[in-house]
Design a protein around this ligand. Structure first.
Ligand SMILES: NC(=O)c1ccc[n+]([C@@H]2O[C@H](COP(=O)([O-])OP(=O)(O)OC[C@H]3O[C@@H](n4cnc5c(N)ncnc54)[C@H](OP(=O)(O)O)[C@@H]3O)[C@@H](O)[C@H]2O)c1
Length: 329
């Protein structure tokens, strides 16, 4: 089958062996897949490896084959994949052994994937294939960060640095439905405009002085996944006693913080990462109830996956980047 893999030191579109269906597993013929920032980092994290690894965490498709013992699906069912492997019930942190689809297990940038039926959910019927293919990882991450960890309440003010990110577009939509005031920053004027169209109440330039630009705001919650470039600036605009949630570090992991300023301010810092299957199902009900569609900024064919990676690496996206698989010639 055709797949986009990391092998040796390169990422390539190539032929790989079709996976076999074992007990408890299902084989899904992928229609679409979605890129995440994580996919960009996997080749660096793996280093040079002779074995090909199919990249990709998000995907949607139809059930093609069913392993022994699986009764929850039938052939032809339309499904999405849950990329959070081994995390079923809500808990403070992921359980031991939690992995994200796409490393070490083969991922979704391929014509077929075989995975445990426990990690497959019915595709929401109101979403297109592209929307379903980009949904799970980013929306689940946003849902947990915003509600489980950030405890966002109606009427509160949320600030999101980096409005163009895949997760940020979900955060804007989820927070507006919850009745929050949503402020965002972006380095791009076009992305600021799009964030306002999506429902943000205010969009500022990432490069201005935030304390000045947001001096009239009372920010209850910041969700910062940009990392080093913005973390301290985010703390500077958070109200005293406010909450900050971090689940990413697009611009480097290590940050110096002034601990005295932090404890005098009585800030609350929460780490978050993806979410449990229970939260994924809550999120699926939430988007259906509120008719929330993922923002698909651009779509590429599977064979053009390298161009999709470049597009994401250059930070050109607003929302999610999709890969079309089934129609690839
Ligand atoms: N822990 C988890 O479970 C989890 C899950 C999902 C994502 N993540 C992490 O969360 C982050 C966001 O993921 P994503 O897939 O949504 O990312 P993405 O689509 O690649 O977006 C990255 C965003 O970061 C902003 N940014 C990049 N460089 C910046 C800089 N120098 N200064 C200010 N802003 C900058 C950009 O904002 P503008 O272009 O708007 O300025 C861009 O929108 C990534 O680090 C990802 O690895 C973690």
């Amino acid at each position: 089958m055709k797949a986009f893999v990391h092998q040796g030191d390169a990422i390539v579109y190539t032929d790989v062996k079709e996976p076999r269906v074992d007990q408890g597993m299902v084989k899904v013929k992928l229609q679409t897949a979605g890129l995440n920032h994580r996919d960009l980092n996997i080749p660096k994290r793996r280093g040079s490896q002779p074995e090909p690894l199919v990249l990709g965490s998000d995907g949607a498709g139809t059930i093609e084959e069913i392993g022994e013992g699986v009764s929850s699906f039938k052939i032809g069912d339309e499904v999405i994949l849950n990329p959070g492997l081994g995390w079923y019930d809500n808990s403070e942190a992921p359980p031991e052994g939690f992995e994200i689809l796409g490393m070490p297990d083969n991922g979704t940038f391929a014509e077929y994937i075989v995975l445990s039926a426990e990690h497959v959910e019915k595709k929401p019927a109101f979403l297109t294939w592209e929307e379903a293919g980009v949904l799970a990882l980013a929306s689940l991450t946003g849902f947990r960060a915003l509600f489980t960890k950030g405890n966002l309440q109606p009427g509160q003010t949320l600030f999101i640095p980096g409005a163009g990110s895949g997760v940020a577009t979900f955060l804007i939509q989820f927070a507006k439905v919850k009745g929050a005031r949503v402020l965002v920053s972006s380095r791009s004027g076009k992305k600021r405009e799009k964030a306002l169209e999506l429902g943000a109440d205010r969009a500022i330039d990432t490069n201005v002085d935030w304390r000045e630009a947001l001096s009239d705001e009372n920010i209850d919650l910041v969700i910062d996944s940009v990392g080093r470039a913005t973390f301290n600036r985010s703390l500077d605009v958070l109200k005293k006693g406010g909450r900050i949630v971090s689940f990413g570090a697009t611009t480097e992991d290590e940050i110096n913080i002034n601990i005295r300023k932090f404890f005098y301010g009585q800030y609350q810092l929460f780490g978050s990462t993806m979410g449990s299957r229970e939260e994924l199902r809550d999120m699926l009900r939430f988007i259906e109830e509120h008719n929330i569609h993922p923002v698909v900024g651009n779509t590429f064919a599977l064979k053009e996956a390298q161009a999709a990676f470049d597009y994401l690496q250059e930070g050109k996206q607003f929302g999610k980047v999709a890969l079309r698989i089934a129609s690839t010639d």
